[in-house]
Each structure stands twice: as C-alpha cells, then as structure tokens.
Design a protein around this ligand. Structure first.
Ligand SMILES: *Cc1c(COP(=O)(O)O)cnc(C)c1O
Length: 236
C-alpha cells in the first residue's frame, strides 16, 4: 500500500502537470487534506509530507483531534454542515476558513458569535450545484444575493464559493456543477466591492479534482486520494 508521503507526492505531481498543461501557475492551488475519520497520526504524516492545510466536517471530531496535533500547520478548514449550537466550539478551534455557509440565518448566527469574540471570520458560501434536494448549499439563483447580504455583516468576510457537486461515477459528470460554480464566481467577481472578495473557488475531491482544476478551482479538498478509503466503523 502506498504511504501518505507517496500519495501527497503523487497528488502534487498530478496537479503540477495539469496546471502546466492548462497554463496556470503551479502555486495557485491550495490542497486541503480532508482528515475526517482519520487519526491524529495520519494528519501528522500528511503535514510532514508537505500538506499545510487540512479540513474536518464535524465539530466534535475536530475538537477531539486538533489539540493533539503536534506538527505545525497553516490552516484548519471547516467543510461540513454547521449547526448553530456548535458554532462556539468551532470558533475555539480558530478555523482559517469555513467553507459551508449556505443561509443568511446561519451567517447571522455565526456573525453574532464572532462579534462576541472580537473575531473576524473568513467564510465561503456553499452552493448546491445539483438538483438534489438533500444536498447542502444555497440555490444557484440565490447565491449572488446571499453573498451581498452576508457581506454587510461586520464580523464575516466572504472569500469565495464552494460546492460538493453531483456525485457522479464519471469525472465528466461533475463538469456542469463546476462550470456553474465558476460562472457564479465570475459574476460575483465582476461586481466585487469592499464588502467581499472572490478569492477562493473550493471545488474538486479525490475523484474529480483534475476536472475541477480545469474548470478553475483553486482549492481542492482531498481525502481518500491521500489517506485511502475511510472506515466509518459501520456508522456512516
Ligand atoms: C469527505 C469530503 C471531501 C473529500 O472526499 P474524498 O472523495 O475522500 O476526497 C471533500 N469535501 C467535503 C465537503 C467532504 O465532506
């Protein structure tokens, strides 16, 4: 079985090759290693292999693991659904970026708690780029207005957009999702004002990150391609 170090090297090489092929800069893309379900030792291995950012999708799990990570890192990302009653616990972990803000209600609650802590929090707005009702994310048609509304909140800074996209068997199946998110990103960028900045386009996971790169992603969130399959211990 390949080691985490080998996986990190392989991902870096494939990103470099893809970026060169499409004429983008090699250092444009941030890899967020998705460490959910994996123990602290594996996070530390990835950090030693050159990963600088990692992400978790459950507040409780992040709280259990983060205090024990002994390797330095640049950023902890929160990429999962956020419940209002977990916001304070999350803020204690000082996430560099929260990828998953998808309603004004959630933004308002987060802003209030950031204000109480004197913290200004960078966030992404998560968009549901598929027709699946079960998916998190705001509707594409609501995105521009939601970004503009959130940008009025003094303790949040909108830094871009995120999507999970359509779970597809083929990487080509994901392309319409990615293209839609990029269109929204560009439209927002064209209207960019002091209130928000379209800096990050977070899309692409293990199965489709090279497609996402072709469509303009500059954050890819990678789990299994770095760490192998996840073991949920029978409870998904
Ligand atoms: C689990 C997860 C990922 C990583 O998934 P892989 O397919 O293992 O790369 C990326 N983004 C989010 C939001 C996730 O929950």
């Amino acid at each position: 079985m390949p080691t985490i170090v080998e996986n990190v090297k392989a991902v870096q090489a494939s990103l470099k090759e893809k970026l060169a092929q499409i004429g983008r800069e090699a250092d444009e893309v941030l890899v967020v290693a998705v460490t959910k379900t994996h123990p602290v030792e594996m996070i530390e291995s990835a950090l030693r292999a050159g990963i600088k950012h990692f992400g978790e999708n459950k507040v409780q799990e992040a709280r259990r693991k983060l205090p024990f990570i002994s390797e330095p890192y640049e950023g902890f990302h929160y990429i999962g659904r956020l419940q209002t009653n977990k916001i304070n616990a999350l803020l204690e972990l000082e996430p560099v970026l929260i990828h998953s803000i998808d309603s004004m209600d959630l933004a308002w609650n987060l802003n209030k708690r950031c204000e109480a802590r004197g913290r200004v929090q960078d966030i992404l707005v998560q968009v549901n780029t598929t027709d699946e009702q079960s998916k998190s994310g705001c509707e594409p048609e609501e995105t521009i207005e939601l970004v503009q509304q959130i940008s009025i909140l003094p303790n949040l800074r909108v830094k871009g957009l995120m999507t999970i996209g359509l779970m597809s068997d083929t990487t080509e199946g994901m392309r319409p999702s990615f293209r839609l998110l990029k269109e929204l990103f560009d439209e927002l960028k064209a209207r960019e004002d002091a209130g928000y900045e379209m800096r990050w386009l977070s899309m692409g996971m293990s199965g489709d990150y090279l497609t996402a790169i072709e469509e303009g992603a500059n954050i890819v969130r990678l789990g299994s391609v770095l760490f192998g399959e996840r073991d949920y211990g029978g409870m998904k």
